[in-house]
Design a protein around this ligand. Structure first.
Ligand code: ADP
Ligand code: MG
Length: 712
């Protein structure tokens, strides 16, 4: 998603599968390969004797197969007993090929690597890696690289080492601001291999050579939690590149001109809007509105991120910013990720703004992908003539046919939902000769305010850190799938009180059909369990018109229960809904669960969220799933959820994190590397001023063609 898709040339079609996979990972230049660092390491340098092994450790043993059989109880499995002369160990495989079975036949000497478990019945390992014994033991730890399908580790290892040998690794860091020492971490210290006392400083070449081929005497813990000084060096380099790019784009932007949107005094459009609202703004909303208004009144394009938890009231802030813009005689575009959301915003903004705009002869236009041609033509005309002061829409807003008369403010809601390319396209689109519009991005996926401010040197950050008053906390409960009946009873109680209920079914990635079946079945079951109530169904493959119809029945309160796949995830607002049931909650990501839960608790009614969980064939929930559900029950604070999400997923997930566009950092972690971030932030502007050629070399090395993406 984050990579540019060049048209496939003849040359490209001739690429082998691993070469294509390398492209996919953006590993093109030697330096890219050199900077592709291991996720973790495996220690294959030594053989452990079973007698000396410890429970729970990952070890490599060399042993003889003494027994091998396939059993069928409780399910088909291959059981292999091995003996290394000091003790025996049972190897268990649920999936295996005949060829593997052959390697594991009685009498064979094998080398086995896996996590050792000790129980009453002796040592055992589940699905260990194995091969025939013999051959030299490697001298260095074996790096395991992030990879994709079609790119096996041994191949990747070879090309990475070749890249490392070829790459230009000359230093780019000027020496006037030395790197801070790593904070010592609390952990078990191995007195022989401690790297903590006085960490050596590594050159880039040393750091990379070490991380690709660490010697076996190093503490695996320091390597894996990335506190090792070689890692520190790499993280510092990466953060510096990010800060250089941010400062550079900030400087470029400061040289651009944007329309000055001065809020009129009392009685102007924003004031009228405030007076028309059924509520007063919270202190946090007032503060962020002031921050935005101050930017808009400047001739320099605003570039501001508005973050606030689900339900914190970002929409009204957007409406007020729009009001300032329209008042000043310019156009404002509001872009949202889904049609349903576009519809909702449209309805709400019409409700708020239209009565105020009509007397001024200003209209609201909207653009979506599924619009009828005729309607679209009308809308395009309104936009081009400038008659439409506000344009609401999905990414249909960035299509070529859309021509604005005098766009001055672009607002992107749920910006993390848009691909990086779409965000870039929007900015490109909005650019008019001689001026650039102000940009306001809104998101409910927060990173702590202080971090956000130092990370985004090119972005001003406003945070709504307070929910509107009168919200009752949402009670979150974990309920096993077997107790669905109780959940249905609970739904009845809510409906009897005139409330509405969401029931969300998971997306089953492997099969859209299965996905749909699941939602359809739940819909049928609930319909028959709740006679006399309207139970609706919403899923991603319904035609947009039908989606819209279902949604409006639910919004207007005619429909009591809405069964849906995750299409309702972003931004839907129905204050009368008081119960959210999430089926197979164990399959959802943490931030997704948090977003879904945020659909209730929007009115004064006491609200609840029920996380229904099922276990695979009566087995146990995985640790990660358990940690996520636990976090959901324990906290409702979006910042805390974001922190725990990071914790649970760990730094190994960098590819995923990169794709969400959240941070675009591969190695550094904002929650642990604040000191390095401060260093990079202090160094970047000085480097741009005093050593522009070094700065450029550093940027090229780290970002290559990706600099643009960091700015999106
Ligand atoms: P989000 O930040 O998730 O986009 P919304 O803008 O959808 O949140 O607001 C959630 C709900 O809270 C809406 O119904 C909105 O009208 C309401 N709301 C917003 N601000 C206030 C306020 N200051 N007082 C009371 N209700 C508010
Ligand atoms: Mg919203």
């Amino acid at each position: 998603m984050a990579q540019p898709q060049a048209p496939a040339s003849a040359k490209e079609q001739a690429l082998t599968a691993p070469q294509k996979a390398l492209r996919k990972l953006n590993l093109v230049r030697s330096i890219d390969l050199a900077l592709h660092l291991p996720l973790r390491y495996e220690d294959e340098t030594r053989i452990t004797r079973l007698r000396d092994a410890r429970d729970g450790h990952t070890v490599q043993i060399e042993a003889q197969v003494t027994h091998s059989e396939v059993t069928f109880r409780p399910r088909r499995q291959l059981l292999v007993t091995v003996d290394d002369g000091s003790d025996t160990c049972l190897l268990r495989f649920f999936n295996f090929y005949p060829s593997q079975q052959k390697t594991l036949s009685e009498g064979a000497r094998i080398r086995v690597r896996g996590e050792l478990r000790g129980g009453f019945a002796g040592w055992h390992m589940l699905h260990p890696a194995f091969r025939l014994a013999g051959g030299e033991l490697p001298q260095a730890l074996t790096p395991i690289y992030p990879t994709v399908a079609g790119l096996p580790q041994p191949y990747l290892r070879r090309v990475v080492l070749a890249g490392l040998a070829r790459a230009d690794l000359s230093e780019t860091l000027p020496d006037f601001l030395p790197l801070p020492h790593a904070e010592p971490k609390e952990r078990e210290q191995d007195p022989f291999t401690s790297q903590i006392a006085d960490p050596p400083r590594y050159s880039l070449l040393e750091a990379l050579s070490f991380l690709h081929q660490p010697t076996p005497d190093v503490s695996l813990a320091a390597l894996e939690d990335r506190s090792h000084p070689a890692w520190q060096r790499l993280k510092a380099e990466e953060l510096l590149a990010q800060q250089l790019s941010q400062f550079q784009s900030r400087r470029e932007r400061d040289a651009l001109r944007a329309p000055v949107l001065q809020a009129q005094g009392a009685g102007g459009l924003p004031d009228q809007l405030l007076a028309a609202l059924p509520f007063g703004l919270t202190a946090a909303q007032q503060r962020v509105c002031r921050e935005i208004a101050r930017n808009l009144a400047q001739p320099i394009p605003m570039h501001r991120l508005l973050q606030g938890d689900v339900g914190s009231g970002k929409t009204v802030v957007a409406a007020l910013a729009a009001a300032i813009c329209i008042e000043a005689g310019h156009q404002c575009a509001l872009m949202v990720p889904t049609e349903i959301l576009a519809e909702q915003h449209f309805r709400k903004l019409i409700g708020w703004l239209e009565p105020l705009l009509a007397p001024r002869g200003t209209r609201i236009a909207w653009l979506t992908g599924s619009q009828k041609k005729k309607e679209r033509t009308t809308m395009l005309a309104l936009i081009e003539s400038g008659e439409a002061g506000l344009v609401v829409g999905t990414h249909a807003v960035i299509q070529d046919s859309v021509v604005f008369k005098n766009l001055a403010l672009a607002i992107i809601d749920e910006q993390h939902r848009f691909g990086v390319q779409q965000r870039l396209a929007l900015r490109e689109k909005m650019r008019a000769p001689g001026h650039e519009p102000h940009l306001l991005m809104m998101t409910a996926t927060p990173i702590p305010r202080t971090l956000a401010m130092s990370y985004y040197a090119d972005l001003d950050v406003s945070t709504i850190d307070e929910l509107p008053p009168g919200r009752t906390p949402i009670v979150t409960k974990l309920v096993s799938n077997e107790r669905r009946d109780e959940v249905v009873a609970r739904i009845r109680t809510q409906l009897a009180q005139g409330r509405q209920v969401y029931w969300v079914c998971p997306l089953i990635e492997e099969s859209e059909t299965l996905d749909l079946t699941n939602a359809t079945e739940t819909h049928a079951a609930l319909s028959s369990a709740l006679p006399g109530q309207m139970v609706g169904l919403l899923h991603s493959r319904m035609p947009p018109a039908e989606k819209k119809a279902v949604m409006s029945l639910f919004v207007s309160g005619h429909m009591q229960v809405l069964v849906s796949t995750t299409v309702i995830e972003v931004g839907v607002d129905v204050p009368n809904a008081s119960l959210m049931v999430i089926e197979h909650a164990e399959r959802f990501g943490l931030s997704q669960l948090h977003q879904l839960r945020g659909r209730v608790g929007r009115g004064a009614a006491a609200s609840a969220c029920i996380l229904l969980f099922g276990t695979p064939e009566g087995g146990r929930l995985g640790d990660v799933a358990k940690a996520r559900l636990k976090a959901m029950v324990e906290t409702q604070d979006g910042f805390e959820i974001a922190r725990r999400d990071l914790d649970i997923r760990g730094p190994g997930e960098f590819l995923g994190a990169r794709q969400s566009g959240a941070a675009l950092l591969r190695f550094a972690d904002l929650s642990t590397d604040a000191a390095l971030l401060d260093w990079a932030k202090a160094l970047a502007p000085r480097m741009l001023d005093e050593h522009p050629e070094l700065a450029q070399r550093h940027l090229d090395r780290w970002l290559g063609g990706r600099a643009e993406y960091l700015k999106a």
